[in-house]
Design a protein around this ligand. Structure first.
Ligand SMILES: NC(=O)c1ccc[n+]([C@@H]2O[C@H](COP(=O)([O-])OP(=O)(O)OC[C@H]3O[C@@H](n4cnc5c(N)ncnc54)[C@H](O)[C@@H]3O)[C@@H](O)[C@H]2O)c1
Length: 399
């Protein structure tokens, strides 16, 4: 059984608590910490958490606590993680790990030096759909993954600090690009090094210093491309979608707006429908099990089982650090309008030096097959490349 201090009782603290209380049934949040006493107390009462405080250091150092969960605004992650490392406590940190790669590296080094368990709470690689899709991909169902595209867009976050660049580290990229980058990286394969990025980012709608919309490409050393699309300007709810394309197959995932539960109401239900839903009348897209659909349940199962089994979880501070390094390169690329290298101080992946191999399928002794298609008139067409001359021709097998 683990005794947990939960730092932060806002939106994510609530989702985490709902998942933690429901999953293994063995662990307990013994301390809730928030910035205002009335918030901490109310949250503790609601979830039957025995003690609460507004003092982060006291929560971390509390003798009963063995695990610290960081659910605080981005600029506080580093301070909280360093406190946990110093106190010798296991530490699980929400996304993004830090506001920049320098701080993320410091956090990684601190937990490793202290020898404490560390997990990066990237829930969106743990959704049941994603876990199953990753399994199929790893078993080769898609062949070699060439392109992994991930989107998170909504009309903007729910607290002031997200909109303040000095506190958040940036806009939509640091808030949601971190999810999309890690989703794409997980499908492409973590052994592959992210080499360089290009990125468009702009402030299209909101009166803020950071970007509220961005699209980026991350090129990996095996030739694969990760693509992220993130926005705080999107209207219509929260769009969470992934598309994976490989040499042998494709996966499309829709996590939020089209989950199979669609409802029309002319009168509404006066209340919460789903995270980032805009209004409660008209067509609605409720989500049956929000904490499950967003991956929190499986994520904490992996984290605490890993802790008990003495193994690493699927997502560690190292993953969080790499994502911060990719995002730093995105901010550079958005400024320079060029491809920018991803600077990784400590690359640990095995890596793949080979660019995407062209797929060479034999058609006959002289030709490779490029493409085969059954046409509307019933003819079969074969597009061929001659093995020595390189000439491209077609053969039509009539119906
Ligand atoms: N899917 C996800 O993984 C996901 C979703 C939402 C938010 N997040 C992340 O979770 C973190 C928190 O986001 P949120 O949406 O819960 O924010 P929020 O504004 O809803 O809540 C922030 C919480 O931190 C507390 N806090 C702030 N300063 C504090 C201090 N000095 N000491 C103690 N407590 C303090 C507040 O009282 C509040 O409880 C962010 O890093 C965000 O990126 C992750």
């Amino acid at each position: 059984m683990h005794k947990i201090a939960l730092l932060g009782t806002g939106l994510i603290g609530r989702f985490y608590t709902m998942s933690l209380l429901g999953y293994r049934g063995t662990d307990q949040i013994v301390m809730a910490c928030a910035s205002r006493p009335e918030e901490a107390q109310k949250f503790a009462e609601e979830f039957h958490i025995p003690r609460w405080t507004t003092d982060m250091a006291a929560a971390v150092r509390d003798a009963e606590v063995d695990t610290v969960i960081i659910a605080l605004p981005n600029y506080l992650h580093k301070r909280a993680a360093l406190l946990a490392a110093e106190a010798g406590k296991a530490v699980l940190c929400t996304k993004p790990l830090a506001t920049n790669a320098g701080d993320a590296l410091e956090m990684l080094q601190a937990v490793e030096k202290a020898g404490v368990f560390h997990g990066y709470l990237e829930d969106l690689v743990y959704t049941p759909k994603t876990l199953k899709a990753l399994q199929s991909t790893q078993k080769g169902a898609l062949g070699k993954v060439l392109w992994a595209r991930s989107r998170e867009t909504h009309a903007g976050p729910h607290s002031d600090w997200f909109w303040t660049k000095e506190l958040s580290g940036g806009g939509a990229i640091v808030d949601m690009g971190c999810h999309c980058i890690e989703i794409a990286r997980s499908f492409i394969g973590k052994e592959n090094r992210p080499l360089e990025v290009t990125c468009w980012a702009d402030t299209q709608v909101h009166p803020i210093d950071a970007e509220d919309h961005a699209v980026g490409l991350v090129r990996y050393d095996n030739g694969a491309i990760g693509q992220f699309e993130v926005s705080w300007t999107f209207r219509g709810g929260m769009d969470l979608r992934d598309e994976i394309s490989g040499t042998e197959g494709t996966i499309w995932l829709n996590h939020w707006l089209r989950t199979g539960f669609e409802m029309f109401t002319g009168v509404g239900q006066s209340g919460y429908v789903a995270e980032k839903a805009e209004g409660d009348t008209g067509w609605q897209f409720p989500v049956g099990d929000e904490v499950g659909a967003l991956g929190y349940v499986e994520m904490f199962l992996d984290m605490f089982n890993a802790m008990d089994e003495g193994r690493k979880p699927m997502e560690t501070f190292y993953d969080g650090y790499l994502i911060n390094a990719v995002m730093d390169a995105c901010y550079k690329a958005a400024q320079s309008k060029k491809w920018e290298p991803v600077e990784i101080a400590d690359w640990r992946g095995s890596g793949s030096k080979t660019a995407a191999e062209l797929s060479l399928k034999e058609y006959d002794a002289d030709n490779y097959l490029i493409k085969e298609e059954l046409m509307p008139n019933g003819n079969q067409k074969f597009i061929l490349k001659h093995k020595t001359s390189g000439a491209i021709t077609q053969v039509i097998r009539e119906k």
